[in-house]
Design a protein around this ligand. Structure first.
Ligand code: ADP
Ligand code: ZN
Length: 606
């Protein structure tokens, strides 16, 4: 009951309730009193005087209130000009009083206006307090508990998530395994005097399994798991978030050892910049979190895991030693990781025996775990749609394309001429790629429009994940991107809007070469741009003078132009193959990489 004595909820609510109750009673009590007053006409009043029945009388300006003998009934009548009234009243033996007590007894009135409201207020307070106490740890928190943390408790269960469910991410699992070990056997650590980090920050792009890892730590250690999203702390009222934080930590301490997981911690943990009009509520919440983390000693069994994909925006106070002092990167999976993730999720569906997950993983370069899970599910849906009972490799390939480019637009209307232009455009990409050394092999070319707006696309798949790219490889990539437009120019002598996405990508690459990779002579190894959020699209911000910006722009244009010319040259030199391949694609609409290579090589051998 301590919480009742030191209410943690803003007092204003209690005051508001008291005010309301008093108001209601002030309105109601006169009504109660009035209900006892009976209105009569002046004649009745005069008759009662004559019958000497009148007991007490109060004469006002507009009305006369009186009582009769042997009755508690109060009467009321309008006042009339009656100069002899007082004499007649005197003769009738009535008592003149200033005012008649309208309620039965002063005691009751006192009770109604003062004691009852207070009693009701106390009862309400007790009720609210009880409600809050009873919610503690309850899985279904109710809306009534204002400032109440809605942390969900996951009772450890045998079918909880384990490390084996999280595929890949071996480095992350390794550093979290220590925490699991600590939760199993804290004595081992305290004997040496080692204390566990209080907080561990899981950092990485969305959908890479951060939440899963946190759950797996709890699952492996067999301890309760509290989870809450950072945005849930930020409430409309100032002070609510802070009280939620207090509440969460109180619950956690009661259930220790346990894991507290705060998802999207950047929602509360953003740098406090001290600007006017800053978010007060967020800062208070953050301060409370910092205080709570300082408050509990190490080794008390509460480990806080938090996830974010914007680590650079976090307040330094949050990441200093003693708080979230360990940072575990959870990056996008590599080739082996992707394959493992595909296999984990494929266990949930029925797959044909001959599915080559390695190829699928290669095709799905750059995807996150969540996207891979989605690919598997899309494939299963596709299998059902086409009336099959097992998922085949073609389903998986198609669903990768769905994730990359959207669904096929079955009834999109393309004129013949347009189809021909798109064929040349796509073959242009593929041919330029194939004619340069070191380009990723072409996997598939298609001119079936997609819901994403792509009219066709050329899919290139690397043998292995590339970590480093040379300047030449980057230039070749740009040349490949310009290949589509170059084919249109070479063949039709005019250009279309179909190249807008290529232009965007080519520009981005060229720009990065100039501003971030130091691949020009002029700027040497000087960073002209900095990446602001590496895990969310990698936006950049320029950090150079206006003059340099001009120079950068010029350099970017020159880089793209050079590659565009190279692409045009390649296509002009191979005009025969370009025509043959484009015609073939026009007929077939979709061709595989090996078909493409066969035609390409066949020409060569002839
Ligand atoms: P995050 O918290 O990093 O945004 P989640 O942990 O919520 O991502 O992952 C979302 C979903 O993606 C999971 O439910 C799971 O199905 C899938 N997933 C992500 N990473 C992996 C992985 N390494 N192994 C297996 N499944 C994964
Ligand atoms: Zn293109």
């Amino acid at each position: 009951m301590k919480e009742v004595k030191s209410p943690k909820k803003p007092l204003i609510y209690y005051y508001l309730i008291v005010l309301l109750v008093i108001l209601v009673f002030n309105m109601v009590s006169p009504l109660i009193a009035n209900a006892r007053v009976k209105e009569v006409d002046y004649g009745t009043f005069m008759r009662m005087i004559e019958e000497k029945n009148i007991d007490e009388v109060e004469v006002g300006d507009s009305q006369i209130v009186f009582t009769v003998k042997d009755s508690k009934q109060i009467y009321k009548t309008g006042a009339m000009t009656d100069p002899n009234l007082s004499e007649r009243l005197y003769a009738a033996g009535a008592t003149f009083s200033k005012e008649i007590e309208r309620s039965t007894s002063p005691l009751l009135s006192f009770f109604l206006t003062f004691v009852l409201p207070i009693l009701i207020f106390i009862a309400l307070g007790q009720y609210m307090a009880k409600k809050m106490m009873s919610q503690e740890g309850g899985p279904n928190a109710m809306a009534f508990g204002m400032g109440k943390s809605n942390a969900k408790v996951y009772v450890p269960s045998t079918d909880g998530i384990r490390f084996s469910d999280v595929a890949g991410e071996d480095e992350a699992k390794e550093s979290l395994a220590e925490i699991v070990d600590y939760l199993h056997n804290p004595k081992k650590y305290s004997d040496v005097g080692a204390s566990m980090p209080k907080g561990v920050l899981l950092v990485g792009p969305p959908g890479t399994g951060k939440t899963m890892l946190a759950k797996a730590v709890a699952g492996e250690a067999g301890v309760p798991f509290f989870s809450m999203s950072g945005s849930e702390f930020v409430e409309m009222f100032v002070g609510m978030g802070a009280s939620k934080v207090r509440d969460l930590f109180r619950q956690a301490k009661e259930k220790a050892p346990c894991i507290v997981f705060i998802d999207e911690i950047d929602a509360i943990g953003k740098k406090r910049d001290g600007q006017l009009g800053g978010n007060d509520e967020r800062e208070q919440t953050l301060n409370q979190l910092l205080t709570e983390m300082d408050g509990f000693e190490g080794n008390n069994g509460v480990i806080i895991l938090a996830a974010t994909n914007r680590p650079e925006s976090l307040d330094p106070a949050l990441t200093r030693p003693g708080r979230f002092d360990r940072r575990v990167p959870v990056e996008l999976p590599d080739l082996a990781g992707r394959e493992a993730i595909l296999r984990v999720h494929a266990k949930k569906i029925k797959t044909a025996d001959n599915v080559d997950f390695h190829t699928i993983a290669r095709m799905a370069a750059g995807t996150s775990g969540a996207e891979l899970a989605n690919i598997i599910n899309e494939a299963a849906l596709r299998a059902v749609r086409s009336g099959r009972t097992v998922v085949e490799e073609a389903d998986l390939e198609e669903s990768i394309e769905v994730v990359i480019a959207g669904y096929q637009k079955k009834n999109a209307i393309m004129t013949d001429a347009e189809k021909r232009v798109v064929s040349y455009h796509e073959i242009g990409h593929a041919l330029v790629a194939a004619m340069q050394s070191g380009s990723a092999p072409v996997q598939k070319i298609t001119i079936i429009p997609r819901t994403s707006g792509a009219l066709g696309y050329t899919m290139q798949v690397e043998e292995n994940d590339k970590v480093l790219l040379t300047k030449e490889e980057l230039e070749n990539k740009i040349a490949t991107l310009t290949g589509g437009r170059a084919a249109e120019e070479v063949v039709f002598g005019q250009v279309t809007t179909g190249a807008s996405n290529d232009i965007e990508q080519a520009t981005r690459l060229a720009r990065a070469m100039v501003t971030r990779y130091g691949m020009t002579d002029e700027f040497d190894m000087v960073a002209m741009e900095t990446v602001t959020n590496q895990y969310l699209g990698g936006d950049t911000s320029l950090s150079c003078s206006a003059d340099t910006q001009k120079e950068i722009d010029r350099k970017v244009v020159a880089t793209v132009k050079e590659q565009h010319e190279k692409a045009r040259r390649i296509l002009t030199e191979n005009r025969g193959k370009l025509d043959e391949l484009a015609n073939y694609l026009y007929e077939k609409e979709t061709i595989t990489g090996s078909e493409f290579m066969k035609i390409l090589k066949g020409e060569e051998t002839v």
